[in-house]
Design a binder for this molecule. Structure first.
Ligand code: TEU
Length: 561
C-alpha cells in the first residue's frame, strides 16, 4: 500500500448517454449503469467516473449544465443516483462526478439572470464585454477579441438585449463563468460540498486550467489560414489558477478522506503539472494532460499527422521523468473526446484487433500513473465507419464541418477523412453488451447508431472467453493491485529510437519489470540483454522465444536484481 490510495487505483469512465439504456428511450441512464455494475466490479476497477448527468439542454451532451444539484431526467432522479452510489460502494468501488465549472449552460438560471440586464446581480458572474472600440456592436469583426471557440466560430456571442457580448470558449450555449467573482467561487464550492456530503468520492474537473483568465483579454495570435486568433495564452494556466485551486481545496477537500481529484488540463506543461499535483500544495491529486493524444496532429488541430512511435515515447518519457519525484499523472489512450485507441494506436483489422488492443493496454497500464479505462476499451471497441456528415451528432464535428466546408471552402471528403479518424462520436457509439439488436444497449432507437461490428465485439462473448480483451484488462488491473513495482517503481525508457518497439523497465527495490510492446505488424527482436532467465508475467500471445515478439505482441517479464 502507498499513502496515496489512488496511486494503485484504476479508474473506469462511463459516458452515461451511451452506456446502457434501461427504459428504452434510446439514451443510456442511471438504471442501466446499476444493471451493469458487475461487469465493472468483475473487471476490478477501483473508481467510476461519470461524465455529466446533471440537467442539461444537451448541447454538448451534458457538458452544458443548467442545474448543478440535480439529475437530468433522461438519466434518472436523485433517488436512483443514491441507489447507484450505494451499489458502487457495496462493491468496494468509488464514484467521482464530472465537475464542469469553467462554464455553465446558457439555460442555467445564473446566466438567465446575468443576461437579463446590465444591472443584474449576476451580471458579473459571466464575461460580458462591449464591442471593439469604434465598431458597431453585432457586426463582423466587432467582437471584443479575435478568439475562436473550440467548436468553430467566434468565442463571443452578441446579445441584443443589453448590446454586449459574452465569452464562450466552447459552444455559445456554454458561457464561461467569471471566477474573478467571489460569489461564483463560493457557489461552486457549496455545490461541490453538497455532492461530497451526499457520498460521492471526488471529481474529475473539466478544463479546470482554463478557469482563470487574463482579465485584460488580449487578442490572440493569428496563424495562416485560420479565421480566428489563438486566445489560449490568456486562459490556459491563467494568472490566478493555482490560487483558485488551493482555495477550492481548502474549502472543499481539506479534512475529507479518500477523495480523488483529477484536473483535466489541455495544454498543461510538465512543470505546471508538478505544481498542480504536489501534495504539499493542496491543489489536485493528478492531472489529465493531452500531449500524447496530440502527437498525431499538426499545428492546426484538425491536421492529421502520421503517428510516430518515437515521438509518442518521447512524450511519455518526458512526463514520466518530470513527475518522478513529485506529482502524479493520469494514463489514458481513450475518453469520450478521443477516437478509439485500438483504431488509432493498434490495428483494428480482424487479424490483429485483439492482440493490438491488449498490447496497447499493457504498455499504458505499466507506466507510472493512474490508468483510465474508457467504456468499451476493455472490449477492444473500434472506430465507427462514418459515411457522411449526417452520421455525426457531436457539436464539435458539426461545428468544424460548418467552418471548414461552408466558410473556409474545403472539400467535404477532405474534412470527413479527418472526422473519421478524429471525431469524438467514435467513442460515443453505444456500449456493445451482446449480439442482440443495437448491441443490447437499448430496446428503442439508439441516439447514435451502434457500431455494426457488435455481433463479433461485445461484452457477453468476452465474459465467457478467458482470452478476451476483457479478461486481459482484468489481469492488467490485478497486476497493478498486486505488484508494487507497477505502482511505485522507477521508470526507464529503453530503445527510444525504435519505431516499432515500445520498451521500458520499472524497478522497485530488488524487483525489476521489463515491458515491451510491438507496435507493428512485423515480428521484431528487442536488443535488450540480461532477461533470458526472467519470469514471464503476462503476454497477449503465445510465449515468445527470447525477446522476439510476434506482430502486436506484448510481454511483461520480472526478475530479481
Ligand atoms: O474537453 C476539453 C477539451 O479540451 C476539448 O476541447 C477537447 O480538446 C476536444 O474535445 C478534443 O477534440 C472537455 C470535455 O471533455 C469535452 O467533452 C467538452 O466538450 C469540453 O470540455 C467542454 O466542456
Amino acid at each position: 500500500m502507498t499513502d496515496l490510495w489512488w496511486k494503485s487505483a484504476v479508474v473506469y469512465q462511463i459516458y452515461p448517454r451511451s452506456f446502457a439504456d434501461a427504459d428504452g428511450d434510446g439514451m443510456g441512464d442511471l438504471r442501466g449503469i446499476i444493471e451493469h455494475l458487475d461487469h465493472l466490479a468483475g473487471l476490478g476497477v477501483d473508481v467510476l467516473w461519470l461524465s455529466p448527468i446533471y440537467p442539461s439542454p444537451q448541447d454538448d451532451n451534458g457538458y452544458d449544465i443548467s442545474d448543478y444539484q440535480n439529475i437530468e431526467p433522461i438519466f434518472g432522479t436523485l433517488e436512483i443516483f443514491d441507489e447507484l452510489l450505494a451499489g458502487v460502494h457495496a462493491r468496494g468501488m468509488k464514484l467521482i462526478m464530472d465537475l464542469v465549472v469553467n462554464h455553465s449552460s446558457d439555460e442555467h438560471p445564473w446566466f438567465a439572470d446575468s443576461r437579463s440586464s446590465l444591472s443584474s446581480d449576476k451580471r458579473d458572474w459571466y464575461w460580458w464585454r462591449s464591442a471593439r472600440e469604434g465598431m458597431e456592436p453585432g457586426t463582423p469583426g466587432a467582437e471584443p477579441t479575435n478568439w475562436g471557440s473550440a467548436f468553430g466560430g467566434s468565442a463571443w456571442e452578441y446579445d441584443e438585449k443589453t448590446g454586449e457580448y459574452y465569452l464562450h470558449l466552447f459552444s455559445k450555449k456554454q458561457p464561461d463563468l467569471n471566477w474573478e467573482n467571489d460569489e461564483v467561487r463560493s457557489a461552486v464550492y457549496d455545490m461541490m460540498n453538497w455532492w461530497l456530503d451526499r457520498g460521492v468520492d471526488g471529481f474529475r474537473m473539466d478544463v479546470i486550467n482554463m478557469i482563470s483568465k487574463d482579465v485584460s483579454l488580449p487578442d490572440g495570435r493569428l496563424t495562416a489560414g485560420s479565421s480566428y486568433g489563438d486566445g489560449s495564452p490568456a486562459y490556459i494556466n491563467g494568472p490566478r489558477i493555482h490560487e483558485f485551486l488551493q482555495e477550492m481545496h481548502a474549502k472543499v477537500f481539506a479534512g475529507r478522506d479518500a477523495m480523488l481529484t483529477v484536473g483535466e488540463m489541455p495544454g498543461v506543461t510538465v512543470d505546471e503539472a508538478k505544481l498542480f499535483t504536489d501534495p504539499a500544495r493542496g491543489e489536485v491529486d493528478m492531472v489529465f494532460q493531452f500531449d500524447h493524444v496530440w502527437a498525431d496532429r499538426g499545428d492546426d488541430p484538425w491536421q492529421l499527422v502520421p503517428l510516430q512511435l518515437t515521438k509518442l515515447k518521447a512524450i511519455f518519457n518526458r512526463w514520466q521523468a518530470g513527475l518522478a519525484e513529485v506529482g502524479w499523472n493520469s494514463l489514458y489512450w481513450n475518453n469520450h473526446d478521443q477516437p478509439r485507441a485500438v483504431s488509432r494506436y493498434g490495428d483494428d483489422s480482424p487479424q490483429f484487433r485483439v492482440a493490438s488492443a491488449k498490447m496497447i493496454g499493457t504498455v499504458l497500464h505499466l507506466h507510472r500513473g493512474t490508468p483510465y479505462v474508457y467504456q468499451g476499451e476493455e472490449l477492444g471497441m473500434t472506430n465507427y465507419p462514418f459515411r457522411t456528415i449526417a452520421d455525426f451528432r457531436d457539436i464539435e464535428a458539426l461545428g468544424h464541418y460548418a467552418q471548414a466546408v461552408d466558410r473556409e471552402g474545403r472539400t467535404p471528403e477532405e474534412v470527413l477523412t479527418v472526422l473519421r479518424a478524429r471525431g469524438r462520436d467514435n467513442a460515443r457509439t453505444p456500449m456493445q453488451w451482446n449480439s442482440s439488436a443495437n448491441a443490447g444497449f437499448t430496446t428503442g432507437t439508439p441516439w447514435l447508431a451502434a457500431n455494426p461490428n457488435y455481433p463479433e465485439i461485445n461484452a457477453a462473448a468476452q465474459h465467457d472467453d478467458p482470452d478476451s480483451v476483457y479478461h486481459y484488462y482484468r489481469r492488467l488491473i490485478e497486476l497493478r493491485h498486486n505488484e508494487p513495482a507497477v505502482v511505485d517503481g522507477d521508470f526507464t525508457m529503453l530503445l527510444p529510437n525504435d519505431e516499432r518497439l515500445y520498451a521500458f523497465t520499472r524497478r522497485l527495490g530488488s524487483t525489476e519489470l521489463l515491458v515491451i510492446g510491438n507496435f507493428s505488424g512485423d515480428s521484431v527482436t528487442a536488443d535488450i540483454d540480461g532477461w533470458s532467465d526472467a519470469e514471464l508475467v503476462l503476454t497477449n500471445l503465445p510465449a515468445p522465444s527470447g525477446l522476439t515478439l510476434a506482430p502486436w505482441q506484448s510481454v511483461i517479464y520480472r526478475r530479481t536484481v
